[in-house]
Design a protein around this ligand. Sequence first.
Ligand code: PEP
Length: 264
Amino acid sequence: IRVSRELHPENTVITTAHSHIGEGLTIMAGPDAIESEAHLREIGTAVRDLGATILRGGSYKPRTSPYSFQGVGEAGLAIHRKVADELNMDMMTEVLDTRDVALVGQYTDIFQVGARNMQNFALLKALGQQAKPVLLKRGMSATLDEYLFAAEYIAAFGNPNIILMERGIRGFDAKYTRNVFDVAAVPVLQSMTHLPVLVDSSHAAGKAKFVEPLALAGIAAGAQGYMVELHNEPAKALVDGDQALTTVQFAQLVQQAQAIYDIV
Ligand code: PEP
């Protein structure tokens, strides 16, 4: 299969305007959801100044409850594009539906496929026909074989620029962490595929105080980058405030992460 390391022993490096994903330690950061231009600019400036090259943020949010905030939609895409350009960062945002691929593609640099859509094969096929890179998160109950076959859909339909991300899988003790961070997935995936493997410790931890140790564990295991969520006032975040780092916590994480990366 196209994504297997057997076929392609060299690591894939995905080059965007501001990042080389798969080479060095890539930092993706931003708010969970796009809330306002001022808010995105404040967080974006802080993370850019600390080394993040990819500005994340959802304008279309996959929420467990239909009554929860669903994202600001196209208005958020426009804000996100503007702020990413101002800050010389790449824009990355989630696309939930095949019907939104063309619209999201007019704005974003990297499409994000969330855990809940990892096996949305129609969406994977549609993104396979796009020219821009795709961040494909691991589904919360996906085996590694299922995960790589999902990536293979994108590759098979024509798009080889795929980034993998471990974000935690379902466990039985969600009281303490939101998901079980499967640290073994990092080296195991890297043995199976040439695609870059990054970690999202925010969605694994679910609580801000555990985001740093899990990110560091992922980097120690060989992750080629990490993604975290921030908020300037976590208690007021419209989505997932419990797991949002402050910029002070993010600054500490960046320093520790680089130290671990340098050892590995
Ligand atoms: C996200 O990164 O905004 C997100 C919804 O993550 P996941 O798909 O991993 O739950």
